[in-house]
Design a protein around this ligand. Structure first.
Ligand code: KG4
Ligand code: ZN
Length: 336
């Protein structure tokens, strides 16, 4: 079964081709150069850039996979959550291709795509497991009882983890997106130089809050002379990153213990963070659970993960109708 997957939920135009056993191609066109000078994603510019690049991106993915359009057996496309104008580009192209080729169309939830990203690198991985999804828009602790069966056990009550990285980077006048820059800067800093607060750090509270941490960093920066901040920028990044890592790891580890689960997977852009990956590996060893991360390119947005989730549902005989619409605030379908 050859699947074409399309992802256009935010600022990456992505297409991938895969079959049951193998990822045949994976193309990601990042719009970073378009948005960077604005310090964030500009929705209108994102939609326009998707329009211009979607067809060449799909053609490149098919070419690299050595698959012709006529050889496709299904199309998977992200239909939410994300920016509505951006999602609409992918959804409509997917519909047109599915209709023209008379093959099934499947709308994929972007969050489920992130959960499936680990399956690209770890094909043997099977639930039950806990997935910590940490991206630019979401921070969630998900009990994956089975593929397609999710229970949300905790989530952020304000900012997402990636959003906190981006906002703190902005306060420090660092480039957008902030995550990769803080990751790089923090390595050179002292994690003990400044201690920022860890929110909701109580037993059995599996929700997250990052807005207090963001304010604490802002207050700290404003209370110091500019030169001091410049001089200690690596230390401030290290202190902030440590505070984020601590809450993510403490809550995930205690949840794994509570549910006696031996597998934890990370997903989403923040899962690229070297320090968080390392600290998680150390703690997993101490607490006796196995930790899995997607390779860095499958943490941030890509179409391969959408294809992996799509393949699972298509193989289950599911498909979407041609009135599939973009749903910007789509939730992860959870069981109670
Ligand atoms: O999953 P993703 O590509 O898009 C969403 O679905 O939101 O995640 C993007 C987020 C951004 O907030 C970015 O700053 C963060 O992931 N990010 C990182 C790193 N690389 C990307 N955060 C921390 N460390 C990184 N190395
Ligand atoms: Zn994402």
């Amino acid at each position: 079964m050859n699947i074409l997957a399309i992802e256009t939920s935010c600022d990456e135009t992505a297409a991938a081709v895969l079959d049951e056993n193998k990822l045949l191609s994976d193309v990601v066109y990042s719009q970073l150069a378009i948005h960077q000078s604005y310090g964030g994603v500009v929705p209108e510019l994102a939609s326009r850039a998707h329009l211009q690049t979607i067809i060449p991106t799909i053609d490149e993915a098919l070419h690299k996979a050595k698959i012709r359009r006529q050889q496709l057996d299904g199309i998977a496309v992200t239909y939410g959550p994300g920016l509505v104008g951006a999602l609409l580009v992918g959804v409509n192209v997917a519909k047109a291709l599915a209709f023209a080729n008379r093959i099934p169309l499947l709308g994929v939830n972007h969050l489920e795509g992130h959960i499936f990203a680990n399956r690209l690198d770890h094909p043997q991985l099977e639930p039950p497991m806990i997935t910590l999804l940490i991206s630019g828009g979401h921070t969630m602790l998900i009990l994956v009882e089975n593929w397609g069966k999710y229970r949300i056990l905790g989530q952020t009550i304000d900012d997402a983890a990636g959003e906190a990285f981006d906002k703190v980077a902005k306060m420090l006048t660092l480039a957008y997106p902030g995550g990769p820059v803080i990751d790089e800067y923090a390595v050179k800093g002292d994690v003990n130089f400044v201690r920022f607060p860890r929110a909701l750090n109580k037993k059995d509270n599996f929700n997250f809050s990052f807005s207090g941490l963001k304010t604490a960093v802002l207050n700290y920066i404003e209370s110091k002379p500019e030169q001091f901040v410049r001089q200690h920028i690596y230390d401030i990044c290290a202190g902030f990153q440590m505070a984020v890592a601590d809450v993510l790891i403490d809550k995930t580890s205690s949840l794994a213990k509570k549910y006696q689960l031996e597998q934890v997977t990370l997903a989403g852009g923040v899962a690229r963070n070297e320090f968080i990956r390392h600290q998680f590996s150390v703690r997993a060893g101490e607490e006796g659970y196995s930790i899995y991360f997607p390779s860095p390119n499958f943490c941030t947005d890509n179409a391969a993960m959408i294809g992996k989730a799509g393949l699972f549902h298509l193989q289950n005989g599911e498909c979407s109708s041609f009135d599939l619409d973009a749903i910007p605030n789509l939730n992860l379908k959870a069981i109670d």
